[in-house]
Design a binder for this molecule. Structure first.
Ligand code: CO
Length: 240
């Protein structure tokens, strides 16, 4: 029996999360959840999937954490087709990550998105792990990017004694730095040279309330990047 809330969900919950299911049951619940979702969409609009299959023109690229509690569409109450998504542990935007750069390039230059949002979240396990000195395995190399953010802001972070406060402040500073990292890419800088309607934002999802906190670090041009990172775009074009 569905609750009123579940009935009103854009994408219904596939299974009751708190109930312990067997491995087979939890797998089957995904498939039956999919059928429920398809049925609900078709009931609303018999042409829903016909229209969806025609193509996508999302105006937003979301770069968020892989954490299962922060899905882009549900958090923003948007539908399939509205947000292009890239997620990794602790929403890192590293300039040598071909996966992230390919998504960014496609979103900016082909889809022509108007907003790129780096979305972190409070109580991020990746950020908490980066604050510790424990070894977790291969992921330690990924989390090194966040330790670098710590080093940049150690004067502030070293003074915070409460553990959760420190994690959540690093969550915020990490989003600011990753948004800044995006602005340093030639992908974003070239786009700003060619068009005016691209903005880079930094958000935090507070998973205690579900609400988004806009860190107001929006960037819409190459100003304030610093002379080290600002690229001579016209000179580059002349050599092509
Ligand atoms: Co996280």
């Amino acid at each position: 029996m569905k609750t009123e809330n579940q009935k009103n969900d854009i994408i219904p919950t596939a299974k009751p999360i708190k109930v312990q299911l067997s491995q087979t049951e939890s797998y089957q619940a995904l498939l039956s959840g999919n059928r429920e979702w398809v049925d609900a969409r078709l009931k609303e609009d018999p042409n829903y999937f016909k229209e969806l299959s025609k193509g996508q023109s999302p105006e937003v690229l979301w770069i968020g954490c892989s954490d299962s509690r922060v899905p882009a569409n549900q958090v923003t109450n948007t539908k399939p087709g509205e947000i292009f998504v890239h997620r990794n542990i602790a929403n890192v935007c590293n300039h040598s990550d071909m996966n992230m750069l390919s998504v960014l390039d496609y979103a900016v230059n082909v889809l022509k998105v108007k907003h790129v949002i780096v979305a972190g979240h409070y109580n991020c396990g990746g950020v908490a792990a980066a604050l510790s000195n424990k070894q977790y395995g291969l992921i330690d190399n990924w989390l090194r990017h966040i330790k670098d953010v710590y080093r940049l802001h150690s004067h502030e972070l070293d003074r915070i004694t409460d553990k959760e406060t420190k994690i959540n402040r690093l969550v915020e500073l990490n989003v600011v730095e990753q948004a800044y990292n995006l602005c340093k890419t030639t992908i974003i800088q070239n786009a700003w040279k060619e068009r005016q309607d691209l903005e880079v934002h930094g958000w935090i999802v507070d998973i205690n309330t579900g609400l988004v906190k806009d860190l107001k670090v929006s960037n819409h041009d190459s100003q304030n990047l610093g002379y080290v990172y600002e690229m001579e775009l016209e000179a580059m074009a002349a050599h092509i």
